[in-house]
Design a protein around this ligand. Structure first.
Ligand SMILES: Cc1ncc(COP(=O)(O)O)c(C=O)c1O
Length: 372
């Protein structure tokens, strides 16, 4: 499998060029409205004084870091504003690999392909730990996979693509493994607002020096194109204090700083958006999951019922999750999904459908017609 270049754009391009109407269920870009306050923040910024269009602090706008730090219960110094959760994850992984004597990265199978691509880009050996049928991760298997060579354990909860929400006990045990191996647990929590189980707990609750949490407003505010995220690093005065300055420097040398209008609008939205905005969107995805999984049952497929995030994995008889079959589904059914093989070996028989389209009903009908 090609972990160098994630396959999302390839599938989207194929679907866009198809000779027929296609329901796009490829990428995890919410199709609903951003918060009103976010639009208002952007409008307001257009009329700001010229000095507001100059470089902001490289680590992010101070009031945005304050707001984030308060929400996450950490000191502002630990918050670095990044170009989405993607950059935050890259900085965390790179820092972990650089600081340790070993450079091994422990990942799950299935894996969000960008982690695997980043590990490859860093020349870091990888060790994959298969998750169980429900997408849950056995910390004992992670303990067995980790060694003196382990620099980072990278996990994502709520999970893309399995929809698993790891219980707090799992996170506690993963933290313990990272501590025992002097490694870093990198926890990507970008779907934290999409927990349908009510059990999600941030890895920050462990208060460990061996944890970096990464997040963004990309999904929670339906603004994947805005590019505002953050990482919370361990305190600089602690045993892994070198991670934070290394990340700051790498961020500065790569980006200079983040987009100031985008950060300002996000700050405004964080302050002004009522909880029911997030609840409405959660409810919307929950309804889509019901519709879609009902159709999968009718079509005779095996499927996951996600506890979080936006994705449903489905397995159809004699139709493994290969790129060829994905292209066939585009051409013959008019539905574009991701091949399970793009996420590793463990779900190579499966297809991943992103439920961030208003056309979930239509896609469901098409799948029933095609497979039913
Ligand atoms: C697990 C996971 N992490 C990170 C990202 C990217 O987040 P961002 O757009 O904030 O960089 C995605 C996007 O699909 C994702 O699924």
């Amino acid at each position: 499998m090609d972990y160098e270049t994630p396959q999302f754009y390839r599938v989207m391009r194929y679907a866009a060029r198809a000779d027929r109407d296609v329901v796009d269920m490829v990428s995890g870009s919410p199709d609903w409205e951003p918060p009103d306050a976010l639009r208002a923040g952007l409008h307001e910024y257009a009329d700001a004084d010229p000095d507001q269009f100059r470089y902001g602090p490289s680590v992010g706008l101070t009031p945005l870091r304050d707001e984030t730090a308060e929400r996450r219960g950490v000191d502002r110094s630990r918050v670095l504003v990044t170009n989405g959760a993607g950059e935050a994850n890259y900085l965390a992984m790179t820092g972990a690999v650089e600081r340790a004597s070993g450079s091994q990265v422990v990942l799950t199978d299935p894996v969000y392909p960008y982690y695997a691509g980043r590990a490859n880009m860093l020349d870091a050996p990888t060790q994959y730990v298969p998750v169980d049928a429900d997408g849950h991760l056995d910390p004992e298997a992670v303990r067995a996979a980790a060694s003196e060579e382990t620099a980072a354990i990278v996990v994502n909860t709520p999970n893309n693509p399995t929809g698993a929400v790891y219980p707090p006990e799992t996170i506690a045990e993963l933290v313990a493994v990272a501590e025992a191996r002097d490694a870093v647990l990198v926890c990507d929590e970008v779907y934290d607002h999409f927990d349908y189980t009510g059990t999600f707990e941030s890895a920050l609750a462990r208060e460990s020096d061996h944890v970096v949490v990464t997040n963004a407003v990309s999904k929670s505010m339906a603004v994947t194109g805005l590019r505002v995220g953050y990482a919370v690093f361990p305190p600089e005065e602690g045993p892994l204090g070198e991670l934070l300055p290394a990340a700051r420097t790498r961020h500065m040398l790569t980006n200079v700083t983040g987009s100031r209008p985008a950060q300002s609008a996000v700050l405004h939205a964080l302050r002004e958006t009522p909880p029911d905005y997030y609840e409405r969107n959660r409810e919307r995805v929950r309804r889509r999951i019901e519709t879609f999984t009902d159709a999968l049952a009718t079509a005779g497929a095996d499927y996951t019922r996600p506890g979080g995030a936006f994705y449903v994995l489905a397995r159809f008889a004699d139709f493994p999750g290969t790129m060829d079959n994905v292209e066939r589904l585009v051409d013959e059914a008019g539905v574009a999904a991701m091949p399970g093989e793009a996420f590793g070996e463990a779900r190579a028989e499966w297809l991943r459908f992103a439920l961030v389209t208003a056309r979930v009903d239509e896609a469901a009908d098409r799948l029933v017609d095609f497979f039913g």
